[in-house]
Design a protein around this ligand. Structure first.
Ligand SMILES: Cc1cc2nc3c(=O)[nH]c(=O)nc-3n(C[C@H](O)[C@H](O)[C@H](O)COP(=O)(O)O)c2cc1C
Length: 218
C-alpha cells in the first residue's frame, strides 16, 4: 500500500480475529523496522519482547486485568504482540556495547573517529543525566520513535494494529523478568487481522483536529 493510502486506511483495531497468524515474512519486515529505528546519538535504549504464540500472548495478557481488561481480548486474539521496552538506565555497559557495535559495523574509518563518537555520545548522556535530569524520559522518547515506525510500517503492509498504553507495566515487567535484565515495558502493539464482526472502530470515521489548527506555515 502506498503511504497516502496507508495513513487513511489504518485505524486502531479494537477486536482481532481469533489469533489468526500473520505471515512470518511480514513479521520479519516489521522486526527490521524496529531494529533499524533511528535514535538520539544511536543510543538504541530499547528491547522488544515478541509474543508469537498463544502461550506468549497469555503471558502478556496477565498485565491486562482490572482497569486494563478492555485490552485483554486484543492481546489474546492478535497474531503477535510486541512489548516495546526501554533500558532503565543508560549505563556504562550499554554505552560500551553500542560503541563496540559501531566499530564492528565499520563506522570508524577516519583517525580518532571512534573516540570522537564516544565523546559526543557521552556528552549528550551527561547533559541528560546531570543538567536535564531526564535520562528515562529521553530513552522513552526513543522507544516512541520505534512505535511510530512500527505503526506506519504495519499500515503500509496492510497489517492491522493496536498500540496500547493500557496495561500494568509492573505486572508485565515481573511476568517477563524484565527488571532483572535492567529493562521496563513502555507500550504494547498487537498485530494481526481485525475481526470483521467485532472491530467497531473499522466502521467509524477517524477524527482529527482541522489541518489549520495543527499546522502553522511560516
Ligand atoms: C501511545 C498510544 C497508546 C494507546 N493506547 C491504547 C489502548 O491502550 N487501548 C486502545 O484500545 N487504544 C489505544 N490507543 C489508540 C488511540 O486511542 C488511537 O490511536 C486514537 O484514538 C486515534 O485513532 P486511530 O488510531 O484509529 O487513528 C493508543 C494509541 C497510542 C498512539
Amino acid at each position: 500500500m502506498n503511504l497516502s493510502d496507508a495513513v487513511h486506511a489504518r485505524h486502531t483495531v479494537k477486536a482481532f480475529d481469533g489469533g489468526r497468524a500473520l505471515p512470518q515474512a511480514q513479521i520479519d519486515t516489521l522486526l527490521t523496522v524496529l531494529h533499524q529505528t533511528p535514535s538520539s546519538v544511536n543510543s538504541q535504549p530499547w528491547h522488544y519482547v515478541v509474543a508469537a504464540t498463544p502461550e506468549g500472548r497469555a503471558r502478556i495478557a496477565k498485565a491486562t486485568t482490572g482497569a486494563y481488561a478492555y485490552n485483554q481480548p486484543k492481546v489474546l486474539n492478535a497474531s503477535h504482540v510486541i512489548a516495546l521496552c526501554m533500558h532503565a538506565d543508560l549505563d556504562e555497559a550499554h554505552l560500551k556495547a553500542v560503541l563496540e557495535q559501531e566499530a564492528r559495523d565499520g563506522r570508524f574509518v577516519a583517525d580518532g573517529a571512534r573516540e570522537a563518537q564516544d565523546k559526543t555520545r557521552r556528552s549528550y548522556v551527561a547533559q541528560h543525566r546531570y543538567e536535564l535530569r531526564d535520562v528515562p524520559q529521553w530513552m522513552e522518547k526513543q522507544v516512541y520513535i520505534a512505535l511510530g515506525g512500527l505503526l506506519l510500517g504495519a499500515a503500509t503492509l496492510g497489517i492491522d494494529a493496536t498500540p496500547m498504553e493500557g496495561f500494568d507495566a509492573r505486572a508485565l515487567d515481573l511476568e517477563l523478568g524484565l527488571r532483572e535484565r535492567g529493562l521496563t515495558s513502555v507500550v504494547l502493539v498487537a498485530l494481526g487481522y481485525r475481526s470483521d464482526e467485532n472491530d467497531f472502530n473499522a466502521k467509524l470515521p477517524k477524527s482529527r483536529l482541522p489541518r489549520e489548527q495543527v499546522f502553522t506555515f511560516v
